[in-house]
Design a binder for this molecule. Structure first.
Ligand SMILES: O=C(O)CCC(=O)C(=O)O
Length: 318
């Protein structure tokens, strides 16, 4: 008689393991991510501390890395930025986004300093930004998140609080794999309450997705209307019971967040207060920022962090 080869699987180990989102993501976005995390620790791809951080990321949508960047590196960057404001022509290609009612991208000028602004892409323009943006603990985490080399592609330097509404970066930071990127926020001074501190909804990377035009995670850059999106992500985060957390880091601390984490700048900004910080978006080297699409001119991709990472930026002048 033929042996009975069929047997029922009563306790499936895998639950299918697909991504939470139809747009994919990084491995912690897999339904089975905790198994991957434990397995990668067992074979030495992740250390005990790495695995702890990823278990936290899977649930909360961010990690904080205390003392990720040395004070010496930050002082050098802050000094280089001061020099840049004094002599804007000494830096080849620095642009700032200004928003006095109308949003503009302009070549850096000293008078922009006193108006609301974000300085763009210092990660490619100032040598002093390299040891900050590509600090080892940050690159280490991103390599393990992407499981390939990270590439810095869009950075913003802030002197004062942004008062930016609570949002998900997916709307404004298009890449050709829409959930394969992360935001890295580095404190360039101790952040005090009342300075427009960064805030985020803990766990909001898992709220339902808002689709622009019924199909995209990112908003068209020529569409000024994002009110419905902003209301949606705020209300869904509150409904999901996500706690609103204010980030009060010390100089050198970093926060890395999931592309879908709802975050923004607190609206309370004391007159004259500063909150020096730099935010950089990173994707894997083989993923392309939106500005590489459709034949847009872009700057070259170059290696950083001794070959452990890459960088690129949008060529505003092209
Ligand atoms: O630093 C802030 O206040 C907000 C930054 C932010 O929301 C972003 O860069 O996406």
């Amino acid at each position: 008689m033929a042996p009975e080869l069929w047997y029922p699987i009563t306790e499936a180990t895998s639950r299918g393991g697909g991504f939470h989102s139809p747009f994919g993501g990084t491995w912690p976005d897999l339904g089975d991510a905790r198994r991957w995390c434990d397995g990668m620790q067992q074979i030495g791809v992740l250390s005990h501390d790495d695995a702890q951080r990823f278990h936290f990321w899977i649930e909360h949508g961010y990690v904080s890395l205390p003392n990720a960047v040395s004070h010496a590196a930050i002082d050098a960057l802050n000094e280089a930025v001061e020099r840049m404001w004094r002599e804007p022509d000494s830096v080849a290609d620095v642009y700032a986004e200004t928003y006095d009612g109308v949003l503009r991208v302009e070549r850096l000028r000293s008078d922009i300093r006193d108006a609301p602004h974000k300085v763009l892409d210092l990660h490619t323009q100032l040598a002093a930004a390299e040891p900050v943006v590509f600090a080892q603990p940050i690159v280490h985490f991103l390599q393990r998140l992407f499981l390939r080399p990270p590439m810095a592609f869009q950075s913003l330097y802030f002197t004062v609080g942004t008062k930016q509404h609570m949002h998900q970066d997916t709307a404004y930071v298009p890449v050709n794999s829409p959930l394969e990127f992360a935001g890295v926020w580095i404190a360039l001074e101790d952040v005090q309450p009342g300075t427009g501190e960064l805030q985020y909804f803990d766990g909001s990377h898992r709220i339902p997705e808002y689709l622009f035009e019924g199909q995209y995670l990112s908003k068209r850059s020529d569409d000024p209307n994002d009110e419905a999106f902003l209301r949606f992500v705020y209300e869904r985060s509150v409904e999901a019971g996500c706690e609103l957390v204010k980030f009060l880091p010390k100089k050198g601390d970093a926060l890395i967040w999931h592309a879908s984490l709802v975050h923004g700048g607190s609206q309370e900004v004391r007159d004259g207060s500063t909150r020096r910080s730099i935010v950089t978006h990173f994707c894997p080297r083989d993923v392309m920022p939106g500005y590489f699409r459709d034949g847009m001119p872009h700057s070259a991709i170059t290696t950083a962090a001794g070959g452990a990472a890459y960088r690129c930026n949008w060529r505003h002048d092209a």
